[in-house]
Design a protein around this ligand. Sequence first.
Ligand code: ZN
Ligand code: MN
Length: 475
Amino acid sequence: MKYELVVGLEVHCQLNTSSKAFCGCSTRFGNPANSNVCPVCLALPGALPVLNRRVVEDAVKLGLATGCTIAPSSILARKNYFYPDLPKGYQISQFEEPICTEGLLHIDTVDGRRDIRLIRIHIEEDAGKSIHDIGQDTYIDVNRCGVPLLEIVSYPDIRTAKEASAYLQKLRQIVKYLGISDGNMEEGSLRCDANVSVRLFGDEAYGIRTEIKNMNSFKNVEKAIEYEMQRHIDIVEAGGAIVQETRLWDADKGETRSMRGKEFAHDYRYFPDPDLVPVLVDQEMLERMRLELPEFPEARAERFVSEYGIPAYDAGVLTVEREVADYFEGAVVACGDGKTASNWVMGEVMRTLKEKYLDIAEFAISPERLGGLIKLIAKGAISNTIAKQVFELMQTDASMAEEIVEKEGLAQVSDAGAIEATVDEIFAANPKQLADYREGKTKLFGFFVGQCMARMKGKANPQVVNEVLKSRLDN
Ligand code: ZN
Ligand code: MN
């Protein structure tokens, strides 16, 4: 490949504050259209905005988490443009003096760790929504006007479509660990625009770029960037010129199409919002936010390895999402066995969540109850097979594993006498297999184990079954 892809991403992250950025209106999603509004978010004459403190704190947290410089004073500006879903005629944003600058995000790729630099993170408000799919008309819902966003702008450091999606996933992981956003791409809490260009390998100068919008999943981000890269290459190869413009990704058709000519900063006539004072972040706030930062995935994974003795691979999987890591840690505390807990969380728990389309927060078995189940296995009170049955029952029965085992009579039988009695029964019922075994068909050992377990409904201690069978068959 003689062309190199160059991508910079602009990500809008919706914060999960309960009220809007500049007024007390609710941010609740799903409320009746145009019900979360007031004179401020509609910019009625005389209404005055007041910045939500949480928005500043969240911006500072994300800035600290990505190694940004936090400005002690930053400016809220008006970005002027006309659009039906923007009743104010301008968006409150930050332009010349954003709150966070010059950060860094590490991503893991097949070629190892890569650093993607951040130009800035700034505070802004969302616009409303135009709804085009009800009959012939277009409807406007302004509930989203004034909902707080952070815009995270990267340098054009991304070199493959995979890196772009890795970057986004990393950002999503960080905002979720920070607890400042639900990071949901499909629902629009994380929206990504990509600036794409290509150049010959070794070239210093960037090619002409296009901006792609409307990619609402990680997969679509990859596909759209790959498509756009090829489109650029085809144009350049044919001796044509790339037009700098904004293009829309059409996921159904799998292509990008021209949306509008590229707008430039000067088109927006930015100016400081005269109704809003500078955003001040003093040392006290900076320290307070630093103390509120969570333990981040890498550090947590390392601690899981050293503290709970689980493999690095497990620790990596378990810390992808903060909720899963919390769940795992709750289970370990309850049972004291890191490796078994990680096997259960990565195995049965994750499989069940996937099958039932559940979030771990909605899962019926609390980490404490899972820990209780693991303890029963460790004690030898139930076998692994029975434990899986108990696990199923626990999803509809809120009792502790121990009570369920009692109620359902699932306790493991380790008593050699009871197992010998069963062995006698299966020998009597299978004389041919018994004779064959004694003539040398030792492969039949598994058959006898299976018969024994089936007759005892899986409750026999497999180790004792093995021992009893061995001594009875070979003597
Ligand atoms: Zn309002
Ligand atoms: Mn923006």
